[in-house]
Design a protein around this ligand. Sequence first.
Ligand SMILES: *[C@@H]1O[C@H](CO)[C@@H](O)[C@H](O)[C@H]1NC(C)=O
Ligand SMILES: [Zn+2]
Length: 384
Amino acid sequence: MKWIVLLPLLLALTFAEEAEDNELKIAEECDREACKLPECRCSSSDIPGGLKPRNTPQFVTVTFDDAVNVLNIETYRAILYNRRNSNGCNAGATFYVNHEYTNYQLVNELYNRGYEIALHSITHRTPNSFWATATYEDLVKEFVDQRRQMSHFANIPMNAIQGIRKPFLQLSGNTSFLMMANHGLKYDCSWPSNVHTDHALWPYTLDHASTQDCPIGPCPTASIPGPWVMPMISWRDLNNFPCSMVDTCVFFPDREDEDEWFKFIMSNFERHYFGNRAPFGFFVHEWYIREYSGVRKAFIRFMDVINNIPDVFMVNSNEVIEWVKNPIPVNEYREKRCPSHTPSVCRHASCGPLRGEHNNLDYWMQICTSCPRNYPWFGNPLGQ
Ligand SMILES: *[C@@H]1O[C@H](CO)[C@@H](O)[C@H](O)[C@H]1NC(C)=O
Ligand SMILES: [Zn+2]
């Protein structure tokens, strides 16, 4: 009885506190004694668990950004489906999906194939400055609401959605991490590192000050326990310039030349594999491998190679965070049961036209639940 009376009050207090960020403490230099796994890790290139490189699984995180649609699903089906790592588990990949023009039936398909679905905002709006200066409320509406939206329209469990990538990799200082901490989002994979590529940073938390370079600031400087930073370790292009996504490299081999592209990918991979085995990212937009046959063939060849190396594992990004929290040597890791997920049905519905209030365009939606009354958007994620 008491709780029924108290609950609204408690909720009101919690929300008042949430929006309040002027009480944030500046993050202090990391204290290795105080900061211990599984919940805390200093930003560093040390291998978790004090493992030697040769005992450390080399994780490869393949990620695709933006809307999932009938065109790009063809690429995903062709190059990813039925691919396995050398331990027999399905090879993973992570999709950072934004809402507009996303086909949620296909998101459901990706989820059921075991891939990770993560957040890339509802609006993906321009300009970048919106994201640089976004308020706490904006970010709740872009990401926390998107998690509900994704779960609803693709019919996938809310708790399967744990990661975010900011549009244009534009960070928002403390604010996005605070939003994540308060709403149980586990990791961010938007923060490039151009400096720490040889001794690459492993994922870390923000309890203490980050030592990572900040190419697209503002970067967080407050102490924010909870969410993990999964640094986007840049590749080095042919002139040694850093590129955070494969399609943003400036000096690259002829994109019709499979052999040269394969060498280019391998040389970046080997920096990790023969170094401290920090997770190696292949971060790309689908159009880049659809458009350029050399890149596509080289990428497939690269995956074929690593899927046959006993200590390399192509996994969903959230599995990397799980490993970092509880690091185990590669021989033990190989023996683990494969990750599994609860299958989820999609009851197909095709909806539209739905008028977008923000731009007066008509949209059609392919979803796994009954049709919304309005076009779902910022501030009305379920289109009620
Ligand atoms: C983040 O929080 C710290 C500590 O309160 C503050 O000094 C810093 O200016 C904040 N960063 C931004 C970009 O607002
Ligand atoms: Zn994007």
